[in-house]
Ligand binder design. Structure first.
Ligand code: CA
Length: 462
């Protein structure tokens, strides 16, 4: 297990960046997630930083001042370059940053010239000087899994009432190849997609036009660290060495397009119009105190095949991460209302671990590359308020009842907003906000920031 708990996780550690010491901050000194900043300078340069409190620390500035000497920091490195490093080498950089930013270290704290260049105050995703947070890494490839058995059962019950969970589910981490070109950073506005929709009756003609059943999917994204050569594979024992960290992922989904197109090859245009990720990669190192056992499989469920089974992974392959989805309609924002929470789930409920996904993905010799994005699949728990999509949330059926009931778009219980508006699916102008954080007795809370997106009307020329 390469990700040990060490002095950087000490809950007593505080920073001279005062905002990091707020107990509710997502970004205390124990976190230090990676991000990429487009500087508002002459070259509009892209620079790599770590977030702490309300600030982003630019590593190249520290390096120029000689403060990263001996850490192996590569001047000009973006997050993709960092992901190629050995986890042990990444940890040397983490330990040095933790030291430089700690309350009792004067090197950077008392060097006001350098501090001004290297430590940038942010308000939301933009700094006071106009620097912008970009995607935390630019993935070349994106694979989306389907690793929550609760989500798979819920959705399967709606799409295939007689046959909700297909026989492969408990043996294979089901996934499909998504599209990297339409991965966008938090805050990007998303146009409602247009496409073919399932015929109202079997054998009828499809409708065509703006999506009527637009949804989000609350997922975690895993960023690949070191890759593997084509033809080679990553064993379950090695898998976590190949992960840089996690971010929040909103896999926007057009349910009416999906229902019509997904047989026989899986999702296509229902998913690839946009996927939003949060601006930070919370590292595997930072997540070390928040590991947990794999969710227990129901009695009678098969064990994973040996290539995906490892005691260590069974004991510590999960992550205890709380995930929340919030909504603010346009009207709510106009009336100055705060967003309301739609759901709260936990990533520890997944049927498959990230390590199992990496192992399975490469078992055939498929090569993963540094910075690739793997989506976990919608994170849904067993209770109604832990369902990670509107498709499930506004669905009345008991997913565990026999036989399960309802099909998309019918007999749904809408969600009531404080303005009196109702939602079964996402309306134009709605903002969806996802948050994630880890809390555990004896450790400092850390968070992932937010993953936001507002839906705009479909383009006019349909
Ligand atoms: Ca998904």
């Amino acid at each position: 297990m390469p990700y040990a708990i060490d002095e950087t996780h000490d809950p007593k550690l505080t920073s001279w960046v005062e905002s990091a010491n707020d107990p509710q901050s997502d970004f205390p000194i124990q976190n230090l997630p990676w991000c990429q900043v487009l500087r508002d300078d002459e070259d509009e340069s892209l620079q790599t930083g770590v977030r702490i409190g309300s600030c982003v620390v630019i590593l190249d500035e520290l390096d120029e001042a000689g403060m990263l000497e001996g850490t192996g920091w590569i001047y000009g490195a973006d997050v993709e370059v960092i992901s190629e490093l050995d986890p042990a080498d990444r940890n040397v950089i983490r330990k040095r940053l933790s030291q430089l930013l700690s309350a009792d270290c004067a090197d950077l704290r008392d060097n006001s010239d350098l501090r001004e260049r290297a430590v940038i105050e942010f308000r939301g995703d933009v700094s006071e000087q106009g620097d912008i947070l970009m995607l935390p890494v630019f993935p070349h490839d994106y694979t989306d899994f389907y690793a929550s058995i609760n989500h798979a059962t819920n959705v399967g019950s709606m799409f295939r009432p007689d046959n909700p969970l297909l026989p492969n589910y408990k043996h294979i981490p089901i996934g499909y190849h998504g599209r990297a070109s339409s991965i966008v950073p938090s805050g990007t506005h998303i146009k409602r997609p247009i496409g073919q929709q399932a015929p109202a009756e079997d054998g009828g003609s499809p409708a065509f036009g703006p999506c009527k059943l637009l949804d989000y999917e609350m997922e975690m994204g895993a960023i690949i660290g070191r890759g593997n050569e084509l033809g080679d594979h990553v064993t379950i024992e090695e898998a976590e060495d190949h992960i840089l960290g996690l971010c929040i992922l909103n896999d926007w989904s057009a349910r009416d397009l999906q229902k019509w197109e997904y047989v026989p090859l899986g999702p296509f245009l229902a998913k690839n119009f946009a996927s939003t990720v949060s601006p930070y990669i919370v590292t595997m190192e930072a997540l070390a105190p928040f590991r947990c056992p794999v969710a227990e499989r129901a009695e009678g469920d098969p064990q994973p095949l040996p290539y995906m089974f490892n005691e260590q992974n069974q004991k510590q392959g999960g992550f205890d991460i709380t995930l929340e989805v919030w909504i603010a309609s346009e009207k709510m924002r106009e009336q100055g209302m705060e967003p309301i929470r739609l759901s709260k789930g936990n990533f520890r409920d997944m049927y498959w671990t990230i390590a199992q996904m990496v192992t399975h993905h490469t078992v055939n010799g498929c090569n993963l590359n540094p910075g690739d994005l793997l989506g976990s699949g919608t994170v849904s728990g067993t209770t109604r308020d832990s369902r990670g999509s509107l498709l499930e949330l506004t669905w009345d059926g008991d997913p565990f009842a026999e036989p399960p009931v309802l099909v998309p778009g019918t007999q749904r219980t809408p969600i009531k907003l404080p303005t009196g508006e109702e939602r079964k699916f996402i309306a134009d102008g709605d903002e969806i906000i996802m948050k994630a954080y880890c809390e555990r007795e004896g450790y400092r809370r850390i968070g992932f920031g937010e993953c936001r997106g507002i839906i705009e009307p479909a383009r006019a020329n349909t």
